[in-house]
Design a protein around this ligand. Structure first.
Ligand code: UDP
Length: 325
């Protein structure tokens, strides 16, 4: 009698998750792309390259798991095949950029978020919105907790960004409530690191490039206004954890280490060994006087907190900018 041959069950090939990232060629979008590829995702990156740069993703040329589409996210997004996650990162994000591109900024936060939500709905994918601490405006609550509604000047120079992101939060919650879409909202506080644009006008590239050239460091106002800076790898890890969580309401991700801009200028002079002196320039309209995230929720919900000290993060960032100035 023939003995029955035991057959082991056929191995089922693990299907890699598919992620779509809008703004994939930007500072943060490109770091997220790297993280997701390292975690085994297939990534489709979309960017219109208005503020993003191919240089941020050129190391991925030839990577079978990465596909780049140059497109404006405010136009209809059509993609073949399944999508598991949509990460909506596209937006100008520096005060100088959104002063120069106020209409594009409003459009990407409103129409672009609508299109990205539509894609997620069509594919049954989970959606994450990158919102911002700017939705708190010039905050009257300090540090900022997620339940603070903010103090925004709708018609000021920053209104185009702040209001586009406030609308984006509202439409994300509407899709969640109306269509039961799985959604996440991260409120990103000031973040820095390699791949920031040298001339994007934000304080980190501005101070570092001035210091590296031994030029005057341009502190706005009296430099008493505060910010709290998070290194990019910490931020991206927090965002990844949020996407994988089951929490639909906004979560602050940022580093609570708060500094005045004058202290920050001194820190950068020291870290670069620069001969630069501080000069004072007029404070831009509606520049928030203080900003520091309360990250109690992220700690509790995601077991997340920043790991990279300012001195270490700055050393890595300065190293990057040395090759650019
Ligand atoms: N800032 C400054 N000098 C500069 C650029 C910015 O003093 O050359 C200040 C700016 O007024 C603000 C802070 O640095 O108080 C952070 O500015 P940034 O543009 O990086 O972003 P924000 O946090 O205001 O969105």
């Amino acid at each position: 009698m023939a003995t029955k041959r035991k057959t082991s069950p056929k191995p089922v090939p693990a299907v890699p998750p598919v992620s779509v990232i809008t703004g994939a060629a930007g500072f943060l979008g490109s770091h997220l792309t790297d993280l997701l590829l390292a975690k085994g995702h297939k990534v489709v990156g979309i960017d219109n390259l208005v503020t993003g740069s191919v240089a941020n993703i050129e190391h991925l040329a030839g990577n079978q798991n990465f596909r780049f589409i140059q497109q404006d996210v405010t136009e209809f997004l059509f993609l073949d095949g399944p999508v598991n996650y949509v990460w909506h990162f596209a937006s100008p994000a520096s005060p100088i950029d959104y002063a120069q591109l106020p209409i594009q900024t409003l459009k990407v936060g409103s129409l672009g978020t609508h299109k990205a939500l539509g894609l997620a709905k069509e594919k049954g994918a989970r959606f994450l919105l990158t919102s911002t601490s700017e939705i708190y405006g010039d905050p009257l609550v300090h540090p900022q907790t997620e339940d603070y509604w903010g103090n925004v000047n709708t018609i000021g120079p920053r209104g185009c960004y702040d209001e586009s992101k406030r609308f984006a939060e509202a439409i994300t919650m509407a899709y969640h409530r109306q269509h039961q879409l799985e959604t996440r909202i991260v409120r990103i506080f000031n973040t820095y690191g390699p791949r920031m644009r040298l001339k994007d006008g934000r304080v980190v590239p501005a101070f570092v490039s001035q210091a590296l050239r031994n030029e005057p460091i341009t502190v706005f106002g009296q430099g008493k206004q505060t910010r709290s800076f998070c290194y990019c790898s910490d931020l991206i890890e927090g965002i990844y954890r949020l996407m994988m969580s089951d929490y639909p309401l906004p979560v602050n991700i940022g580093n609570p280490h708060e500094l005045s801009m004058l202290e920050f200028a001194r820190e950068i002079i020291q870290a670069t060994g620069s001969k630069s002196k501080v000069v004072f320039k007029p404070l831009p309209v509606d520049d928030p006087k203080q900003r520091k995230p309360d990250i109690t929720l992220a700690r509790k919900l995601l077991g997340w907190e920043p790991q990279v000290e300012l001195t270490d993060g700055l050393a890595r960032t300065i190293e990057y900018f040395r090759r650019k100035v």
